[in-house]
Ligand binder design. Structure first.
Ligand code: ACM
Length: 591
């Protein structure tokens, strides 16, 4: 029985689509895209995505043939992101009402072809570009399928950003949440306030885990032209770029540039070098409101997104308590406590954004104040804030940190002592954005799901890609695919093609799929249980406890955790059909 299951699992899936579409009807035969294929665009609305597609596949065909056709047809009756894709031996028919749907149909079609479709610099070997016949009717489960990139803690180049956006689009994520301001750096050019980038974009050093600075200056910012380029790149891939400007906390970099924005302008401020929660807040003064309105006014020209993120998290209000101005203001406004002062602040900015046609997203603290008109809350401290929001009829996006923060470890990372939550691929995949005790309200008010790449311990792009992939592909399926259609076993089988695609796109992903993962709880005292995980369903795990290299003859891990103690050395490796895969991984617990 097991042998039979393994044999089945080893046959590569015929349809290898990620995220799994809503309905797929299999059909015999294949469509071959080659020099005989034409691209027929029946409606001008689809010209732009058709031109981009043509450019992307020009190493395969100029799409000016006469025998077979890829047809883009605009039809009424589809949701914005919905499409129908019919593949027969002579024709690929794409039907959609809007560009987004047609764009997603093209992503699906590319996934039906060999991964060399993504080969950036022409074909390195001869490949037949055949797609298996089928009919697919598809639409997303969630309207908001987001990915946050924290460019405040470390700066990432616009090219690095665009590579992430391309990967999002490949897997049908649609909201790029760009975390642009932080205590440790302000990252966006604002003409009216040049010191934001002259001063606020640079810190003198970075203090790592120990809190001791490394002596190496760090910084950078995006010019307005950079932003325009990124936003346009994203638009062509049906990705909305949502800027985040944090208020009232996480604002030390701005305050270092303009101390008059703080409650104590005479104090000396520097761009932060340490991580964590800091006490500098924008003061609720006319100066600050003018500043923020000016900043947002410049952002309106750059970010057409109807949604803006205003932060709102982690703002300890010590300075509001200390400041005589704040205390007087509370008296004038009739506010009982400093929490209400934050609410006043956030509401003031929220109203300004609303007046300009923007919907505000805030971290789940915005639910504490409850003053924003029709906000969207991002539930990051677990599910309780989501429950609170949806009971009040507030739209919520789920990004609970134990399931969605991609800086959590996906394997054993001894150098990274602060990110203690074990969040392997399977955990990301099996998450579903709902409050299970509130199913109906969840279906109504949970509008989406987001993964967050916080970068305190991610100083460069290689590490960013490593942390994000392949987990963010699993996340894409979480956001798109209905609960009933999600299936970890199926996802595991589709992973080899995902990884081959990531290879084609030169993504430095974590090769966790082929390597054994040590799953144990750092907080449990010794001796403690050790579980060995391997995502590849076609492989088995063999391990040793005596320091020797595991072979096929070493004990096979049978899924039952064993006990390890101080001084234990565990070596493990996956084997497929008796042959080793991945690396030998070693875990040593010091005596
Ligand atoms: C957050 O993790 N402070 C949003």
């Amino acid at each position: 029985m097991l042998a039979c299951a393994l044999a089945l699992a080893q046959a590569a899936p015929r349809y290898n689509i990620v995220p799994t579409p809503k309905h797929l009807t299999e059909a015999p035969g294949v469509f071959c895209m080659d020099k005989n294929t034409a691209l027929v665009v029946e409606d001008a609305a689809f010209e732009e995505i058709a031109a981009d597609f043509k450019e992307q596949v020009k190493h395969v065909s100029p799409l000016a043939g006469k025998k077979t056709r890829i047809v883009l047809r605009r039809c009424a009756g589809f949701g914005k992101e919905a499409y129908k894709l019919t593949v027969t031996p002579t024709e690929v028919l794409i039907e959609a009402s809007e560009v987004n749907g047609a764009f997603y149909a093209l992503q699906t079609f590319k996934q039906l072809l060999p991964v060399e479709i993504y080969q950036p610099n022409g074909l390195k070997k001869s490949v037949k570009f055949i797609a298996p016949c089928c009919t697919i009717e598809d639409e997303p489960e969630f309207w908001y399928r987001g990915f946050l990139f924290d460019c405040g803690r470390f700066f990432f180049s616009k090219e690095e950003i665009m590579k992430f956006i391309d990967l999002m689009a490949t897997y049908k994520q649609n909201m790029f949440h760009w975390h642009l301001t932080e205590d440790q750096g302000w990252r966006i050019q604002i003409d009216k306030y040049p010191r934001l980038t002259e001063v606020g974009a640079w810190r003198k050093e970075t203090a790592w885990h120990s809190g001791i600075g490394n002596g190496i200056p760090h910084g950078g910012f995006y010019t307005k032209d950079d932003i325009r380029e990124v936003v346009e790149y994203a638009r062509r891939r049906c990705v909305t770029v949502i800027p985040e400007v944090e208020i009232p906390g996480h604002s030390t970099a701005a305050i270092a540039a303009y101390p008059e924005l703080s409650c104590f302008p005479d104090r000396h401020y520097e761009v932060e070098t340490k991580w964590g929660i800091h006490k500098n807040l924008y003061a609720p003064t006319a100066t600050t409101f003018r500043f923020l309105e000016d900043v947002f006014t410049e952002l309106f020209e750059l970010f057409p997104s109807p949604i803006y993120h205003i932060g709102g998290d982690e703002a300890p209000k010590d300075v509001y308590r200390e400041s005589a101005y704040c205390q007087d203001l509370m008296t004038v406004l009739g506010l009982d406590n400093v929490e209400e002062l934050q609410t006043f602040f956030v509401k003031r900015i929220g109203d300004f954004l609303k007046k300009h046609g923007k919907t505000c997203i805030g971290w789940d603290e915005i639910l504490d104040g409850g003053a924003l008109e029709d906000p969207i809350a991002m539930s990051y401290r677990g599910h309780a804030p989501a429950a609170k929001g949806i009971k009040r009829g507030i739209r919520v996006i789920l990004t609970p940190n134990r399931w969605c923060y991609l800086d959590n470890r996906q394997e054993d990372q001894p150098d990274n002592v602060d990110q203690n939550v074990f969040m392997p691929l399977k955990k990301v995949y099996n998450y579903y954005p709902a409050v299970d005790s509130l199913r109906e309200l969840s279906a109504k008010f949970i509008v989406g799901y987001e993964t967050c790449l916080w970068t305190e311990y991610i100083p460069d792009n290689a590490k960013a890609e490593y942390q994000a992939f392949p987990r963010n592909v699993a996340a894409a399926e979480v956001g798109w695919t209905s609960r009933g259609n999600k299936d970890w076993e199926s996802f595991r089988e589709r992973m080899p093609k995902v990884l081959a695609t990531l290879d084609m796109k030169d993504v430095k992903y974590c090769r966790v799929y082929y390597d054994v993962i040590f799953d144990y709880d750092r907080n449990v005292p010794f001796p403690k249980p050790m579980n060995l995980e391997l995502d590849d369903p076609t492989a088995e795990v063999h391990y040793t406890l005596d320091g020797s290299t595991p072979t096929i003859k070493s004990p096979r891990y049978d899924g039952v955790p064993f006990m390890v103690d101080k001084g234990s050395v565990i070596k493990a490796r996956g084997f497929r059909k008796g042959k080793p895969i991945g690396q030998v991984v070693t875990k040593t617990f010091e005596k």
